[in-house]
Ligand binder design. Sequence first.
Ligand SMILES: *Cc1c(COP(=O)(O)O)cnc(C)c1O
Length: 440
Amino acid sequence: MTSTHPDPTFQTLLNNHPNLSYEGRQGLVMDGTSLTDIAREHGTPCWVISADTLRQRAHALQDAFRARNLPIHCHFAVKAQDHQACLTVLAHCGFGADVVSGGELRRALAAGIRARDIVFSGIGKTDDELELAIHHQIGQINVESVEELHRINALAQNMQQRARIAFRVNPDIDAQTHSKITTGRAEDKFGIAHDAIPALYRKAQTDMPGVELVGLAVHLGSQMVTAAPFRKGYERIAALVRTLREDGLHVSDIDCGGGLGIAYRNEQAPPPAMLADVIAETLGDLDVQLHVEPGRWLAAPAGVLLARVIDVKDAARRFVIIDAGMNDLVRPAMYDSWHGILPLNEPDTTTEECVDVVGPICESSDIFARQRSLPPLKKGDLVALLDAGAYGTVMSSTYNSRPLAAQVMIEGDRKAIIRRRQTLEELLVQEAVPDWLARP
Ligand SMILES: *Cc1c(COP(=O)(O)O)cnc(C)c1O
């Protein structure tokens, strides 16, 4: 994510992605399925998500906590990848959901995730969204402010219910990641200042009949690849729990948030065992029900975005123009993020050239890779943008009147279209021209 990392070699990129390999005439294969076949059948741009990878990673995460005997509930952060099919795979693995809107809450329920396994986070929950959550008696609402606490208490009392809540703590810690995805500093908009927690906790637990306050939640940021910020954040939570208990208050649940990063480029991304170790060391002896909310770590490596080279333009630089754009995958334009790019045909890597890989959108930021060493590409060649399974489809738009791309799920030797490519007619039919505007 930062320019301090040199680019991985072609071979390192492949080694970092054990679900991808070149298989002779099939070209690049993901978990046994030829990506070229998918691009030919469904056209480009096209998202592919592997249920096998998703499931393997879900189990690897659960195993890391199980190995340390930690009582943990895993809630998938739906905002990273909200497709019903993906949520269904994770629900089968025993995952609950972390949602940040009423829409995501409905999606999680529609995918068969039980209400009690759903955690609702988010800085701006409307009254309607809170009522929906209270009505379904979801597992926990993570409260972001004093004001929200009062709203939840009043809404729940009106509904003659009690809402299970936790306080989202702002621990004032820098997650040491991109500033657009850090959330746990005092100046960030998230959570309740940690020094304000004890007094508010007492008030909520003794004086607010509409809420059942079960504990604390923290989420520090995203794409975190070192243990230090996690440790600092959780130590702070542990100290708070001890203070609250000394005051005779009741704490039964701690939600550790998400944020575990992956190796997009050359990051030394730690395995989930690192997170489990840190949680065991800092929170393991508190006798609480623990929760985690991973998104990116689970879903990113399970997905790729397939694109075709429209043209190669030789100017001051060589530009490889592909038919996927920032409207499909916005992360490079929004966060300067780095995604591996692999040709679908096994390339001859002895003749790499330095190119910019760009999309067709009329914006200078529509760039997937700057000065990247790649095997020579020509018009019509197919490429895969890697680690696109999280924060990809969910952020797509139809900018430049580009309909949403198709999505395909693969599992074993099966593949299914899980979202049809949108058509331009579908875009136009949503628009109405006021009848006072006479058609020319
Ligand atoms: C975004 C988010 C997550 C997931 O973050 P990842 O980096 O994708 O693991 C978890 N919890 C909350 C509250 C979030 O906002």
